[in-house]
Design a protein around this ligand. Sequence first.
Ligand code: NI
Length: 478
Amino acid sequence: MESKRFNVIDLFIVFLTVVLIGASIYLLVIFKQKDYSTSSSEPIDVDSIDTSVDSEESNFEGIKIKSEMSNDDNAPFAIQYPESDHTAFNDEVKKYIKDLKYDYLTEINLYKKIKDEFSSELNISFETFEHPNGLYSFVMKTDRTIGDLESSLKFKTFHLNHETGETPTIKDVLNGEQKNLNTLSALSEEALYADDVYSESLSGESILMHTDAVWDNFKYFALTNEGLQIYFAQYNLKDKTPIITLPYEEVNDILAEPYQSDGTVQNEQNGANPNESDQEDLGQVISNGKAKEGQKRVALTFDDGPDPKTTERVLHTLEKYDAKATFYMLGSRVEYYPEIAEKVKDAGHEIGNHSWNHPDLSKATHEKISSEIHDTASVIEEATGVKPASFRPPYGAFNEVVQQELDMPIALWDVDTLDWQHRNAQKMLEVIQEQIREDGSIILMHDIHPSTADGLDAVMQYLTDNGYTFVTVSEMMK
Ligand code: NI
């Protein structure tokens, strides 16, 4: 009897303990969930945004260009990415895009709590490089602006052997050997120091840190026609991401065999010999037209396109004011969008050459200068049936070799709207109002930014109201 009673109490205590533990676990879980749900007020579903999706063939075998445009005014974006026949590669790219969209929408939701009305933009585009062995390097560029927050520019690279589906990393490209990485680190450090722009804007300490011989420092790379290109995207320097190109003759020794190259660039056949050149043969360079009595001409120029979305908007606005402009196109973009280049020409505008990949030609080898100019001229002629009328060097940077390679004038500008920097439609107009000449101004804009397309109408209205007539750069040069 006595022992039985004892058992009942025992059991009761065990029961009570179990209930208490259970209850506290339950409460803990509930609190945790609560915590989560308050920190991200509403769950974000990236796929719920209404988008227009498009897919087109590219000029690179086995690669399609996918584009996604948001139809949601509260979360505008324009995204382009490559798609191949290989699922693993495609999934990796899609995951990257999805994460970027998620971050963007999250930031917008947070910003909404501070401001009711603001504009935002997300542009993701990519560039393709093909190594002679068939390896594609895709350089994805993400450009993001939300309200007054500082805009950000991010790079990331993807790699694909489209025949095998392999996606090599920098470690694969360097044969996985630490001593090769050490050499790459030393070469990169040297190249950054040798670059006037980077060596000025980066401290010696930060160059050392970012070129330290760890794989992660070199994960963003491209194997181009010229060599191994490294993107130091970790710097987070907005438009100034340091990019270096190490020519194959310098890096062949550290590359795994399939990634070596003899560095020959396709077009060898142009006979220009710098030693024979006559100094007086160097072509015309202008940054504005000669002012003429009683005239009020302005030349509008749009660089870095064509772009499948914004170029068409620019064309539309120009048409509204019956204005002709000049478009300095990049060969790499014309290759992707020959039909947009054709539309520009069909609308009666002038087309100029703005190099293939937008390098600083004043620092490029003769071979590189030659291919940048002539490949672009060919692809423009192929797409539009006309030869580019003038050349605009990227960053306005050129030297005698550039001039010797050109059989057309160099056209710079005198009014720089800095539209690429501020991405602000209103500011573009203000810069023009401040800087335009009575006659002869050449205005620099970019037909790849939605903000430029947004602001163009006000610019055109202002110029028209003030009696300006619109001429092409060639007309301005006369
Ligand atoms: Ni440019």
